[in-house]
Design a protein around this ligand. Structure first.
Ligand code: HEM
Length: 1053
């Protein structure tokens, strides 16, 4: 039971009183399904109800109510149950039965396809189908069906047995009896299903003859998108128009609902004619339907949302021997407004269950509300956790306390078990990466030194598409032994690589495990889609054999070292104060970094920690890969103080927060990402610079920032969903877009005001849409780290990361909603022009290749997975034509149209954009149906004929040097460690000359040049297209990119 500490508050108590149940003990096997089913919209919303919200949503096209397709799917899956042989039931066998003649129509396949996005080792397809039935009924205003979990997926088809309209009453009775339903329950469950949706001409032309329905469909009652008792009352009072009761079906004995309802002289159906009776009966009988499972499957208790739930809790080792604990505490706010909560306090126990946490006075952290989400019946508030924990003390568990503004508070101890958290093994996300295109996964685990005798393994649970007509992918598991690497304080690095086949790697779940069986320690179910494409180097690791402990580390509380010494039994750990020189000496001849005492009008003011619970410098903040002290200074013009942190972050302010503490200067040991000769702080360490100007008054004369950088939970009518990836094969939001140097969340919200979603990416790009494309998945909020080009106090996504917002309430205008899957904004009534006609013969491309003078057609080209093929300006318009795009791009070498309504310009085409058959570019231009304007992920590309602008490339040879690909930097060090230079007029030729005598040279970031005789460990070859920055001194050559080297090898002569 929860432990009550102070006067308990009414809201949470009423929850306990109404459900009669405490939270499950966390973590529970049902946690993933709990989130999918209840945490629907808003911050961290799982969007499971997106296609059935509102109930009449026809996500798959006109005449197809998605909610009714989900409910019918659950029945068809269950209907093959055989209670005598204990086989069948709700077991997802329907995926193998789609072509057996009983499961006609496209609805089963499209429903399964949507559910497949949620399929995982903790959410079976059968549970998802059951959850779909629950959700469809609830979305349409029906009762809450108690939802048990634990169904298992069948591996093959069951026997046939879905009732068909032509069957006799005796056959229906037999069939339902086989499923476990009485004669009365048969009547009930049919009525409870047939209150939604209709019969389709395409599936049953004899019952709904062509031309007799609307959009090919006739409703089973007059309100086919409302979960109400009309199906019963209209049958009883004779007003029904249901094609399974009256009409052409009668003459051919296919009026099955009449046969069923009338089978006991209307006794059962009459008893459910009141709205209340209908609701109560349906709640019971639909639960019975989804609870029919094969023998041996044991279902859980019905799930309910936690009152308080830790979500996405994750440890990460950061430099300086500290663990960072991140995640969220989700508080159910259904009966208790989020605004009445003051804060949530997380208090942790150290590794041995004690209260040691380094220099901090208490092992706790306080969090305030960051975002809200809601489900059908619940609302939630999210309280973000981000706290450093000394690695030598560690963490074993935590407790939570919710403090109300009224002064009341309630503590949660996970039913007396404390919330467990292991620091024995950590899936180290920054040093892990996944290339979603190829599925190449590099996984890094940190294993506590006392566990390194155990076998360490990487587990990948991933989906691969089937090659038959089955839309449900196969769930596979792979186990890979991990290899020991360097050490860092209390931890040892392990790594493994694995290529996830099948193209769905973003859906993979990754685990790292020490040991096997019962006693194994694991960090599991980490979402592949949340990994970056590049593994970031770890700055603080050293070879295990020569591991040293710096004076900074050994000066950590000595009691801490003693108390945990039994755990940290690594015999090779020695204490030495020479760590900096011993590790740097192994890096040969790279440019020597040094502390800069003066930068512009600012002087070095030391290395400082962040503030407690707040930033030490609370003004504007910036993060980017080309960070140098000079650019940070420029960003902070007008402020008295600025500082760099973590190699790539920059903060400005006029005051340093009082809780920031001075740290040893050598703590600030990370090199600036944009200049390896300068230091830019470290994790939680600020390289601080202070103005040398003398102020004319003693009062603070400089402008104070007018705001602080923060996430905005709402922007106008939109609420923050979170940070979201792009889709697998294109954009997540395909409605409209524009890009602008003055981008703010507000300007994007205004531009997208007729859409359900808007998202801002890469600081200056705005996208709108009514739904998210497949493969777009939530990413850690911290990924969305770029500030808006037009407002430095707002976040605007990052590369391949959308700061995503959704309308808090669905737009009421049916035009916006009913545009359905169409990606082109269309406010014109769709009833007059069926959208399907555009793909038929109505359009003929003119015989000659379409020209857009003075540009000529080059062909149809692909976009890239992570950036645009043409990276100049772009816009989208419902009146897009080739000519309007050509004139918009007139200052550029290339223009291209995409997705009917988008236009892109550029002076170079990214090298890995490849030409595909012209027929791929098959979407007519939104503004001229006689021209083609690309397609999804397909650019209709045009170029000026006699270009002055060169097309950049990697020349095969530079003198005697031979091109040998694009590579990443190494882990924790430069890939090429010979010598280095940088220049604002860098070319491949300059770098080649500079590196004469070496085996290899590489250019990076447009202007940097590195030489070496071999690659340091961790440097891997990547797609050539990732080296896509032109050389500062030659627009015709590529010079690497951020963390990407264009590499040349010395020739033989
Ligand atoms: C005697 C048993 C049943 C028969 C013969 C039967 C037959 C049918 C037929 C012929 C359709 C039209 C399908 C189409 O054209 O798309 C239909 C639709 C539907 N059925 Fe049944 N059904 C039976 C029982 C059930 C049960 C028990 C449920 C769920 C509890 C159910 C849920 C639905 C739903 C929601 C639709 C609408 C689908 C849509 O709009 O796409 N049916 N049924």
């Amino acid at each position: 039971m929860m432990r009550l500490t102070a006067a308990a508050f009414a809201g949470l108590l009423s929850f306990a009183a109404t459900t009669g149940r405490a939270d499950p003990t966390w973590p529970a096997a049902t946690d993933e399904m709990e989130e999918i089913v209840f945490q629907l919209q808003g911050f961290k919303g799982r969007l499971f109800n997106d296609l059935i919200n509102p109930c009449n949503n026809e996500a798959a096209g006109p005449g197809r109510v998605t909610a009714s397709e989900w409910l019918r799917l659950a029945f068809h899956d269950m209907a093959t149950a055989n209670r005598f042989s204990q086989t069948g039931g709700l077991d997802a066998s329907v995926q193998f039965e789609l072509n057996n003649g009983e499961n006609t129509g496209p609805g089963h396949a499209t429903s399964l396809q949507f559910f497949a996005n949620y399929l995982s080792s903790r959410s079976s397809m059968a549970d998802l189908i059951a959850a779909g039935a629950y959700a469809s009924v609830r979305a349409c205003g029906g009762p809450i069906i108690p939802l048990r979990m634990g169904r298992r997926d069948a591996a093959s088809a069951n026997n046939v047995g879905v009732p068909q309209p032509q069957n006799s009453v005796a056959t229906f009775r037999q069939q339902f009896d086989r499923m476990g339903f009485t004669a009365a329950e048969m009547v009930q469950v049919v009525a409870c299903g047939h209150t939604l949706g209709g019969v389709h001409t395409a599936e049953f032309p004899q019952i709904v003859p062509p031309g007799t329905g609307v959009n090919g469909q006739v409703g089973l009652d007059s309100t086919s998108a409302a979960y109400d008792n009309k199906v019963v009352t209209e049958y009883l009072d004779g007003t029904t128009k249901s094609p399974l009761i009256v009409g052409p079906a009668v003459a051919i004995n296919r009026h099955s609902d009449f046969k069923v309802f009338n089978s006991d002289g209307n006794a059962t159906i009459s008893a459910m004619s009141s709205p209340e009776a209908f609701r109560a009966v349906c709640q019971r009988v639909l639960q019975k339907m989804i609870d029919v499972v094969p023998g041996g499957v044991v279902l859980t208790e019905p799930i309910a949302p936690y009152a308080v739930k830790p979500v996405d809790m994750q440890l990460t080792l950061v430099s300086g021997n500290r663990l960072l604990l991140t995640g969220n505490v989700r508080v159910r706010t259904t009966d208790l407004p989020a605004s009445s909560i003051d804060n949530v306090v997380l208090t942790w126990k150290d590794r041995i269950g004690g209260n040691s946490c380094g220099s901090a006075t208490s092992c706790s952290t306080t969090s305030t509300l960051q975002g809200v989400s809601n489900g059908f019946d619940d609302t939630f508030g999210f309280f973000p956790i981000s706290v450093y924990i000394p690695a030598y003390e560690g963490i074993s568990s935590f407790t939570l306390k919710v403090n109300l503004k009224s002064g009341d508070s309630q503590s949660y101890d996970n039913n007396g078990n404390l919330y467990p958290m292991t620091d024995g093994i950590i899936f180290q996300k920054p040093q892990s990466c996944l290339l979603q295109g190829s599925g190449a996964l590099t996984a890094t685990a940190l294993v506590r030194n006392d566990l390194t005798d155990l076998p360490i393994s990487l587990g990948a649970s991933y989906l691969t598409p089937r090659n038959t007509d089955n839309p449900v992918p196969v769930l596979n598991n792979a186990n890979i032994v991990m290899t020991k690497g360097d050490c860092s304080g209390a931890y040892t690095f392990y790594s493994a690589s694995f290529t996830i086949p099948g193209g769905l790697s973003y859906n993979a779940r990754i685990s790292v495990t020490a040991g096997e069986g019962e006693g194994a320690v694991t960090d599991d179910f980490n979402h592949g889609g949340a990994l970056g494409g590049t593994c970031v180097a770890f700055s603080d690791a050293a070879s295990c054999s020569s591991i040293t402990t710096s004076s900074a580390v050994s000066s950590l509380s000595s009691t801490a070292l003693v108390s945990s010494s039994t755990l940290l039994s690594s015999p090779t750990v020695t204490s030495s104060s020479a760590v900096v020189s011993s590790t740097t000496s192994s890096v040969t001849a790279s440019p020597t970094p040094a502390k800069k005492s003066v930068v512009g009008g600012y002087a070095f003011a030391g290395c400082w920690t962040e503030g407690t619970g707040t930033r030490a410098l609370s003004g504007p903040a910036f993060a980017y890969d080309g960070m140098t002290l000079e650019t940070c200074m420029t960003n902070c013009t007008g402020f008295d103080l600025w500082g760099t942190e973590y190699g790539r972050e920059c903060y400005c302010a006029n005051n340093l927060h009082s809780t920031s503490q001075r740290a040893p200067p050598e703590d600030c040991n990370m090199l600036c990402s944009g200049d390896p000769t300068e230091y830019c702080g470290a994790g939680n360490r600020i390289e601080l610079y202070s103005t040398t100007a003398t102020r004319s008054t003693t009062a603070t004369p400089t402008p104070t920032p007018t705001g602080t950088l923060s996430r905005k939970p709402t922007v106008g009518p939109y609420a923050l969903v979170g940070c979201q990836t792009e889709a697998t094969t294109g954009r997540a939001l395909t409605g409209a877009m524009y890009a602008d140097g003055s981008m703010t969340l507000e300007s994007c919200a205004t531009f997208c005001s007729s859409f359900t979603y808007f998202g801002v990416e890469y600081s200056r790009e705005c996208f709108c849409g009514n739904s998210l494309s497949a493969g777009s998945v939530p990413a850690p909020q911290s990924d969305c780290s770029m500030t808006c080009a037009g407002d430095r106090f707002e976040y605007c996504g990052a590369g391949n990361r959308l700061e995503l917002y959704k309308l808090a309430t669905e737009p009421t205008s049916s035009a916006a909603v009913s545009s359905g899957p169409s990606s082109i904004p269309n406010n014109i009534s769709t009833t007059t022009t069926p959208t399907t006609s555009t793909s038929t013969t109505a359009i003929t491309l003119s015989e000659t290749t379409p020209t857009a003078s003075p540009y000529t057609f080059l062909g149809c080209y692909t976009e890239l997975p992570t950036s645009r093929a043409l990276s100049g300006p772009s816009y989208a318009s419902r009146s897009m034509t080739l000519d309007s795009c050509a004139s918009f791009c007139s200052a550029f070498q290339y223009f291209a149209t995409e997705y009917a309504s988008e236009c892109y310009c550029g002076n170079s085409l990214a090298p890995s954009s490849s030409q595909v058959p012209t027929s791929d570019c098959n979407m007519p231009c939104a503004g001229n149906p006689l021209q083609y304007c690309g397609a999804g992920n397909r650019l209709q590309l045009y170029s000026l004929p006699n270009s002055e602008a060169p097309v950049p490339s990697h020349p095969a040879t530079i003198g005697s040097w031979i091109f040998s690909g694009c590579r990443t930097e190494a882990t924790g060090t430069r890939a090429l460690s010979g010598k280095a230079t940088a220049s604002s007029d860098m070319t491949l030729e300059i770098c080649a000359d500079f590196c004469e005598g070496f085996e290899l040279f590489g250019t990076e970031y447009g202007g940097e040049c590195y030489c070496g005789d071999g690659f340091a460990e961790g440097s891997v070859e990547v797609d050539e297209g990732e080296c896509n920055m032109v050389c500062n001194g030659d627009e015709g050559e590529w010079c690497g990119a951020g963390d990407r080297l264009s590499v040349y090898r010395a020739g033989r002569d």
